[in-house]
Design a binder for this molecule. Structure first.
Ligand code: SF4
Ligand code: SF4
Length: 437
């Protein structure tokens, strides 16, 4: 099994953002100078799209204000000086809870999916759902949880129970032998899990029709399905195509992560809120690998736990070198949706210097969504976001394939991502104007 480091060394300073999901920010419940315990609720809010924030550390509140964040923006955060004390608030496990109570516990624990949606909302969409899919296609992250696979599977079962969804499908990469071996040896509902490879048109539904297992493991291709690739996952694994502008729940599928399944187990069986995650660190560090990190820990401490920078760092990118965000300071903290950190050296960054487009169309040929990456990126660069929208920029799944093949090293994904953000902002402004007429 791959080595996983648990980062127990106390950081000098901990930054806990009051918004770590896609939704409403929490209001701080603590004041400067106050002592806090592990698991204490630090932020709360009201509304339908919320995720409470808890303290993973004991310590003293140093300040509350705008602090660096891996999103690239400064976010209202509680800054703690952590202490050696390990005292926690009382964690109360729950047994035989009803489905509605399970959802309430998941909500109270502040669990958030890797694609930033609060888990209690993901499990209760206002649509008919028949399959809960666990995306275990990030091999390093999945390996970090293989040591507690029984808890992950129990958490996944509890998610099915809470949501009333009848079937669960766990998706692993077909070349991830370590995970497949571990899942093969696991037992659910008194019998070993079925491993179902995707062959031709045999998708997960094909197996589910023939066997009565509540949960199966599907080994699918060599693709790591990132948060923006969930529609592709639904099509590849379940054989259900998601039309443009729709989401997996429109074809009766909800997607969750390995981390959230473990967090659901912790919340229900141990009474713990969501306090830590596994994060992968790759690139120019001395010991690349997976690290279990408490939220709020500065990224520089995670890099130190991996033996520190190898050479002179040029860029630190959070959540993938293709679609992720290059952070301007490694003081920014690990938050609930942080999955990976990539470090590039200065030399690597300089090697990637952009030159003019040579119109080779390699980016067009490779795009799985049949888009025109070169045209969209050029319009985004010129600030012509309406044209980007007409070229279906919003359908880009940020897979990064266009940037990989581009001989001119153009920043295609970053430009397309930026155009998506601008289109989103324009639509939101128009909706607001319409509502106030
Ligand atoms: S990142 Fe590039 S290749 Fe991937 S979907 Fe978007 S435009 Fe197409
Ligand atoms: S791959 Fe790069 S150089 Fe070729 S057309 Fe696309 S953007 Fe231009």
């Amino acid at each position: 099994m791959s080595d996983v480091i648990r980062l127990d060394k106390l950081p000098e300073k901990v930054i806990i953002p009051m918004r770590q999901h896609d939704g409403i920010a929490c209001a701080p419940l603590v004041k400067k100078g106050e002592e806090v315990l592990v698991g204490q609720k630090l932020g709360e809010c009201e509304g339908s799209d919320l995720a409470y924030v808890h303290s993973p550390f004991c310590g003293t509140v140093e300040s509350i204000g705008l602090m660096p964040n891996p999103s690239g923006k400064r976010i209202l955060s509680v800054v703690l000086t952590p202490s050696e004390c390990t005292q926690s608030v009382e964690f109360v496990p729950e047994k035989n809870a009803s489905p509605s109570r399970l959802i309430q516990i998941i909500k109270e624990a502040g669990i958030v999916e890797y694609y930033e949606k609060p888990t209690y909302l993901a499990l209760k969409p206002e649509k008919r759902i028949d399959t809960l899919v666990m995306n275990a296609t990030f091999p390093l992250i999945t390996h970090a949880y293989l040591g507690s696979l029984d808890k992950v599977l129990k958490g996944f079962s509890l998610m099915l129970e809470a949501s009333g969804i009848s079937r669960g499908v766990i998706v692993v990469r077909a070349d991830d032998k370590e995970s497949i071996k571990a899942f093969k040896g696991a037992v659910v509902d008194g019998k070993p899990l079925t491993i179902a490879p995707i062959i031709g048109k045999r998708h997960a539904d094909y197996y589910l029709e023939d066997i009565d297992d509540r949960i199966i493991v599907v080994a699918a291709g060599k693709v790591t399905y990132t948060p923006t690739m969930m529609n592709l996952l639904s099509a590849d694994v379940m054989g259900r195509k998601v039309s443009l502008g729709h989401e997996p729940s429109d074809v009766h599928i909800v997607v969750c992560g390995v981390k959230s399944a473990k967090a659901v187990y912790d919340a229900i069986s141990e009474g713990k809120p969501y306090l830590e995650n596994a994060v992968t660190v790759i690139g120019a560090v001395n010991k690349p690998g997976a690290v279990i990190v408490r939220f709020g820990t500065p990224i520089k401490d995670v890099i130190d736990a991996c033996g520190g920078y190898k050479g002179e760092p040029g860029k630190v990118i959070v959540n993938g070198s293709m679609g992720g965000v290059a952070i301007y300071t490694d003081e920014a903290p690990v938050v609930k949706n942080t999955t990976g950190i990539v470090v590039q050296t200065k030399a690597e960054v300089l090697q990637d210097e952009t030159t003019a487009c040579i119109h080779c169309a390699r980016c067009v040929d490779i795009c799985p969504m049949n888009l025109l990456p070169t045209r969209i990126a050029s319009y985004a660069d010129m600030g012509k976001y309406e044209e980007c929208e007409h070229l279906y920029a919003m359908n880009c799944i940020e897979c990064g394939a266009c940037a990989v093949v581009c001989p001119s090293k153009r920043h295609l994904v970053q430009l397309i991502k930026y155009s998506k953000l601008q289109i989103h902002n324009i639509c939101a402004a128009e909706a607001m104007e319409e509502a106030t007429k």
